[in-house]
Design a protein around this ligand. Sequence first.
Ligand code: NOJ
Length: 547
Amino acid sequence: MPDISSRDPDWWRQAVVYQVYPRSFADADGDGLGDLKGITQRLAHLATLGVDAVWLSPFYPSELADGGYDIADHRDVDPRLGTLDDFDEMTAEAHRLGLKVVVDIVPNHTSHRHDWFQEALRDGPGSAARDRYVFRAGGGTHGELPPTDWQSVFGGSAWTRVADGEWYLHLFATEQPDLNWDHDEVRADFRATLRFWADRGVDGFRVDVAHALAKDLSEPLRDVGDLEAVGELALHRVPPGSHPYYDRDEVHEIYRDWRRVFDTYSPPRTAVAEAWVPHSRRALYARLDELGQAFNFEYLQTAWDADALRQVITESLAAAQTAGASATWVLSNHDVVRHSSRLVLPPGTDENAWLLSDGRAPSIDRAAGLRRARAATLLMLALPGSSYVYQGEELGLPEVADLPTAVLQDPIWQQTGRVRKGRDGCRVPIPWTTTGPSYGFGAGGAWLPQPPEFASYAVAAQDGTEGSTLELYRAALRLRRKLLDGERLVWADESPEGVLQFARGDGWRCVTNLSGRSVPLPPGEVLLSSAPTEDGRLGPDTTAWLA
Ligand code: NOJ
């Protein structure tokens, strides 16, 4: 059993977790696709940055129909990304550097190339193999219509018809058939997968689409009806727990079962739910006898506005507290527009339309975006709980909004009939050096083209450079480690309009100016600020930490 350097069972409660999107992080073999050896070689960057853990998006065998979230074997490594030995080596190196390792578990669906799905196709209607998935006869006179109105998150019907006339369910891409979680074999197989990785020394799991596993599959399947409520983000439109496939109460039984698996390890394995549900429902996934944490997407989606942020922070902390969990905060990940671009999109901008305009209309001010992103990051890192940081945000990378459509890989592009450009703009391989074929990503090219301005964001350009975003993250994480003391936040009694101000533990205070004009700094010593402070004043879009 690999050695886990820290055995503190509560390490996750206030951890800073760095998300690696393996295909875009570092490419050791020069084939243009990031790999596990590449990650191992670059782990020192994470240790120097000062994060506590690394979370890897899927690296399992996959035809990459959905960036690796279409998995053909949950207990192996994609040969293009390495081997299980490479994984063990990476984990050992991470632990040697004092970093925990979190992997993605994708239980809602498999790839259509998974042995189970191939068997289901071969064995035909009524077979036991079909029962591991959700196969149904179609509607209409000849079964030519999908069984229900359920829609894929990526666009179009969530049902695809196979040659023998039956339809199968896929809430995401056609290549991602949904599993039937009423099936004992499915449950047992995922318990085996959790053990497989936990036995290899993995410290925690990120649970993909955690709110969709339990479905109401009683006959006849019912329509959602209100088509606007079929989207993952529209759950507030239906009474809690009543949607046929999102956020159903039965899903929690699955996580209580998983917790029993996690608790057989020492320290217990941790987990975080990816669940696009409102606060009150999110806390249920984070209960201590379930996953412990759930991503806070309401925070991610909150506009750059003092009142809105104060409200979402207050509600998030209260919700986490009811569950005994710690709160989570996230500004960027592999599914959303990077926050240094997103935070300066004019209010009400449709992000899809903006991406389709190739970043030109409405134009955004990069420098203003970076300033705001730095302020948002220092605010996030001062909040009680755990922060999730996405690779490249420590460099201040902007969204690559003008990727030519010919290079797009996200299934969203094709599945929406080329109406939504998708998420490739935040998945462009990150720059390590200011020159070289792919700015140090690898010896060859990069699977998505990097814009020339990536050179100026490279790690090498920022390392040791005073005032760089990389040095800001490093300083913040160093300081945070020293200052952390409990999970309490106390809002200041009075703050100027548009200014957020709160205290943490022993004298650590955070103040963020969202007012659009410079304001006086509260008394105290400035420990760190996202932009220089002058003459006792805090400029617009700036956060300062004070003692
Ligand atoms: C959520 C993941 O973050 C996303 O990238 C993926 O496309 C879907 N789940 C489907 O697995």
